[in-house]
Every structure is written in C-alpha cells, then in structure tokens.
Design a binder for this molecule. Structure first.
Ligand SMILES: [Zn+2]
Length: 329
C-alpha cells in the first residue's frame, strides 16, 4: 500500500500552489480515506472553530459583536465534507466554539471545547480566551467555565513560535510552581488539562505538574519525550500549523523549515518511546483550513512513521479522556 504523503509536497493555504500540487493534495486526501479509514470518522484533536485558516483579525471582527453563525456553519460544513466526526476545540474569546458544540450534531460532528482558554494577564493567549491574575481570579475562570459547561480546561503556559530565530518564543513561559498550582486546581475541580506549551523548560514543568495533553510541544528535549511516555500523556504536535509558515511572507523560511524538521525528529523519537501521539492540525490557524488541515496532519504524521492504527488509538484515547467518558483521574 502506498504511504500517504509519499509524493506530496503541496502546502495547504500556500499561495504558490499550482495545478499539479492541487491534484497531488486531492490524491493524498483520497489515499488517506483509504489508508486511514477511521470507520466512525476522523478526529481533529486541536482546532479553533472561531478561525477560518485565513486572517485572524478579520475572523475576530466577524465574531466580536456576536457569533457570525454563517461563518461558523461554513467551518462545520468544511469539516463534515472532509470526513471529520470529532472536533476538540482549543477555545476562543467570543463563544464561537460553545455555539459550535450546540449546532455541530446537525453536521454529524461532536465538538468538545474548553469554551475559552485561560492565560495569565500580560502573557500570550488573549486571542483564544480570558486572562487570570492570581489564584482567586483563576478560580473565578474555572467557575465561569463550569457555568458555560466547558468540557475541560485549556491552559496557555508559554508563548508562540516567532519564526525569527530558531527556538525563539513570543514570551516567557509561566513559572513551574505556578503551572503546578493551575493544574492542581483544574484537576481538583474535576477537569482534564489541555496545555498549550512550547520550550523544553515549560514543557517539563507542564509534564511534572500532571497536564493531560501537550499541545504543540515545540523545542522539547529528549527527557521531555521520555517523561511523556512515562506519564502516558498525549502529545498533539500540530505540524500542519507550523508547516504553513514555511511559505508565509514576513517570516524566516529557513527557521520555519528547521522547526518542522526538528519537530518531526522529536515525533520519531517519541514514537519509538511509545508516546501517544494524536492528530490535531490547529485547524483554523493561519494557513490551516478546516478539514484539509487534519488530512495534511495525517500525511505528516505518517511521514514520521506513525501508522494509521497508532494515530487512531491516540485520537480515541484523547477523546475518551477529554470528553469525560473516562472519569478523572
Ligand atoms: Zn490552537
């Protein structure tokens, strides 16, 4: 059987796509439906219904005075037509994913969402949620999450990749003691923790604190990968979201390429260590279209040696843990 992605170098969302690439992308998607059948549908383990894969500012303007249901329905339709049946949202500041969870069954899709992600005031994360400033205000956020029927807690523990110098992040990660406190509170309130985190030091702190999934996890060290295996934590490496920067203007192409390469190297190592690696494309982020993004993520994970069965096992395990089907702890 041909490995999906073996011939495919096309980048979704890239301006330089030409007819040959598009045919190749379509061919790969066809191959995927054969080689990664997921009898009950595809899992998108990390996405944002609020975003449209194009421009974040216009997505925000569209929803900031009330959810634009037309845009939300388009995202759900794109996911449905790609075969996505399960969608774990990473949160937004405008209630888009919460409404999405309500109407997604019309598209045969189940959505789980933290409703909003939580970040520390002054740190990265306002684009996907609400801030806290001290323990008392963090508790208030958890109360709001319960009120909004959030399915789990999403924590923003580090900055994002700048694509200027390799390894560079947009801001400092949170202090390990603070991370431990946040995770403990979330767990003691009965919620799983989806941790947005990059950079070895902060990834280590998230793992030691007991985060249930590591999202992105760029620039992890070997010991972090070993710790993921030991703690049976699920890793969602979101390769597609970073690959989209390779062709994007205003960023250093060679830094983006090296970032993808190093992440693929880490995925191969983690795979060898038996880490559960789930497929999430950061669907909706710039350059990552809903539906097409997750098909691309599977191609990239296949390139790192993950079999369809392994990806499916990790996806299902993630879904069971975060949808509350497996009670905490
Ligand atoms: Zn995200």
């Amino acid at each position: 059987m041909k490995k999906p992605g073996a011939l495919c170098t096309g980048l979704f969302g890239a301006q330089s796509l030409h007819a040959g690439d598009i045919l190749c992308v379509m061919k790969c998607a066809e191959d995927l439906t054969r080689t990664r059948p997921y009898a009950d549908g595809i899992y998108e383990c990390h996405g944002h219904l609020m975003m449209d894969g194009a421009d974040f500012a216009s997505a925000r303007n569209r929803h900031k005075n009330g959810v634009d249901e037309t845009a939300l329905r388009k995202a759900l339709e794109d996911l449905r037509s790609a075969g996505v049946r399960y969608f774990r949202d990473g949160g937004d500041a405008y209630g888009v994913s919460a409404l999405g969870r309500d109407i997604a069954p019309e598209y045969g899709i189940e959505v789980i969402t933290p409703v909003f992600a939580i970040h520390k005031k002054g740190y990265y994360g306002s684009i996907v949620g609400r801030s806290y400033d001290g323990t008392a205000s963090f508790h208030r956020r958890i109360d709001e999450l319960r009120e909004a029927k959030g399915n789990f807690v999403k924590l923003m523990l580090s900055g994002i990749i700048t694509f200027r110098t390799w390894g560079d992040l947009s801001c400092e990660g949170l202090d390990p003691d603070e991370i431990k406190e946040l995770v403990n509170i979330a767990h003691s309130e009965g919620y799983r923790v989806m941790a947005h985190v990059n950079g070895a030091k902060t990834i280590r702190a998230a793992l030691l604190a007991g985060a249930d999934s590591i999202e992105h996890g760029y620039f992890a060290g070997r010991e972090d990968l070993e710790l993921m295996a030991e703690k049976n934590v699920i890793w969602v490496p979101t390769l597609t979201a970073v690959e989209a920067f390779v062709e994007r203007g205003g960023f250093d192409r060679s830094v983006a390429e090296k970032t993808v390469e190093e992440q693929e190297k880490n995925i191969r190592q983690a795979h060898g260590l038996g880490v559960l690696i789930a497929a999430g494309s950061d669907s909706g982020a710039v350059g990552v279209l809903h539906g097409k993004g997750i098909l691309r993520e599977h191609e990239l994970l296949a390139r790192c040696g993950l079999t369809a069965e392994e990806a499916e096992t990790a996806d299902k395990e993630l879904w069971n843990r975060f949808s509350g089907r497996v009670n905490y702890p």
